[in-house]
Write a protein that binds this ligand. Structure first.
Ligand code: FCB
Length: 464
């Protein structure tokens, strides 16, 4: 009996030691970083000349007057909060010159916009010359204003003809997308410095095919896998097409990354929860681009497949950063994992579960991790906050520049920052309530006026 007890004590001791040892090891390899209040109060080190300092937008969210899979989705009752639609958006299609002047006024030297595929190819194989000319004119205006154009080809919205064939999960999506990319490269190539083939591929895959919040509103992980592979193939085709059209083209993807922390650093199951979400959300797409192989697992579906044309298909790493979460296992809930925000600045996008917080330290850690994995120059292709009163945006921008400067000081090649967004716009299924703009847009008059935080953006601009 005594012996049994002694053995039990040994086993228990061993288990506890292993547990604590593993947690200590994980804590050591994933150190917590905290910028102090004093560090965040003083201005960050000045950004160097040549650093790209810009804003980011997307066609569907600002142009108004589009017809695509999102406008069809918006017509469904309950799809968009308050029944709002993108019909007017920020009316950018008719105000391009005015909006370029807004960029100049806040000392931006770069601009990330997206081309609306449904405008330039309204019917399959038919190019709309007038729409192409409008984008070419935008590029010309930007260059004249000393603003570097950065163009995205796919930012969530698809032409109806493509959606009707099965959208991003359709077998011919990569081919059609490659053809569109070739056309964009041929027409705009020399004027555009950086190309982003896809915006946040994990978002339309997950929200469109797993949770069903985005079109095509499916909850079918197996089809989600096909969409994921299709996006990878489409990226490869577009990268090749852009480079063929302009050998100097620099190509990348804007990846949505979130920082996942364990709720408690002494709970192995919390580390597991954070690790699962991190492995599912953050890295499958960029790892596949690096390795030439798509690997993704989800309950009930998995993918493991070689894809040609991926290796070497990017020249930089685009990083969209919004959220940090604390994770723990939540058995008995449908999601199995619970994610809660930390105590930092919180975007006012609403919704349930609550969005994460947006501390600059998380951006710092994500840039370091992306650099460790890929050793590619990094552009922060989006960072921003929904902030109705404009009381948080300045602190967010200052903190993000601090994060960039620290990463640079540690040898990470961060070469640009694009604030989301130039002006308030149509925030997908949330409609117009979240206000992300450096310029506030009056919903009645569409007049643009500087929002809180625009002064910080101006003050931190690198030398012209
Ligand atoms: C990003 C999207 C962008 C915008 C911001 C707030 O995930 O790329 O279109 O909705 O969030």
């Amino acid at each position: 009996m005594k012996k049994l007890l002694r053995n039990l004590a040994w086993v228990l001791g061993l288990v506890v030691a292993l547990w604590l040892g593993t947690c200590a090891y994980l804590s050591f390899t994933h150190p917590r970083v905290a910028f102090t209040a004093e560090e965040l109060a003083r201005p960050p080190a000045p950004l160097p000349k040549g650093f790209l300092w810009g804003t980011a937008t997307s066609s569907h969210q600002i142009e108004g007057g589009n017809t695509n899979d999102w406008t069809r989705f918006e017509a469904q009752p309950g799809a968009i909060e308050r029944g709002e639609t993108s019909a007017v958006a920020a009316d950018h299609w008719n105000r391009m010159a005015e909006d370029v002047a807004l960029m100049k006024a806040i000392r931006a030297n770069a601009y990330r916009f997206s081309i609306e595929w449904s405008r330039v190819e309204p019917a399959e194989g038919t190019w709309n010359e007038e729409a192409w000319a409008r984008y070419a004119d935008l590029v010309r205006q930007l260059r004249e204003a000393g603003i570097t154009p950065v163009a995205t080809l796919f930012h969530f919205a698809l032409p109806l003809w493509m959606a009707d064939r099965g959208g991003i999960a359709a077998p011919d999506f990569p081919d059609r997308f490659g053809r569109y990319a070739a056309e964009a490269g041929r027409r705009l190539g020399p004027g555009v410095d950086l190309w982003i083939t896809l915006n946040e591929p994990n978002v339309p895959m997950f929200l469109g095919y797993v949770t069903g919040q985005f079109p095509p509103r499916k909850q079918d992980p197996a089809e989600g896998m096909r969409a994921f592979a299709g996006l990878l193939r489409a990226h490869a085709a577009a990268s090749a097409a852009l480079r063929a059209a302009d050998p100097g083209a620099k190509v990348g993807v804007a990846n949505n990354l979130m920082l996942l922390e364990p709720r408690s650093r002494w709970m192995l199951s919390d580390w597991l929860a954070a690790g699962i979400v991190d492995a599912f959300w953050n890295w499958p797409f960029p790892d596949a681009v690096r390795d030439g192989r798509a690997r993704l697992r989800f309950p009930g579906a998995s993918l493991d497949e070689r894809i040609d044309g991926l290796v070497g298909s990017v020249d930089f790493f685009g990083l969209n950063y919004y959220f940090r979460y604390f994770a723990r296992m939540a058995p008995g809930t449908p999601e199995m994992i619970a994610m809660t925000p930390g105590p930092g600045l919180r975007s006012e996008v609403g919704g349930s579960p609550p969005v994460g917080d947006s501390p600059p330290e998380a951006l710092f850690l994500l840039m370091k991790e992306a650099w460790r994995r890929y050793r590619l120059p990094i552009y922060v292709t989006e960072g921003g906050i929904a902030d109705e009163k404009g009381t948080m945006r300045g602190a967010l921008i200052r903190g993000q520049v601090e994060a960039i400067q620290r990463a640079r000081a540690e040898g990470v090649a961060v070469e640009g920052y694009f604030h989301w967004s130039l002006m308030d716009n149509f925030e997908w299924e949330k409609g117009y309530r979240p206000r992300f703009g450096l310029y506030r847009v009056d919903r009645q008059t569409l007049e643009r006026t500087p929002a809180g935080g625009a002064d910080v953006f101006v003050a931190l601009a690198p030398p012209q």
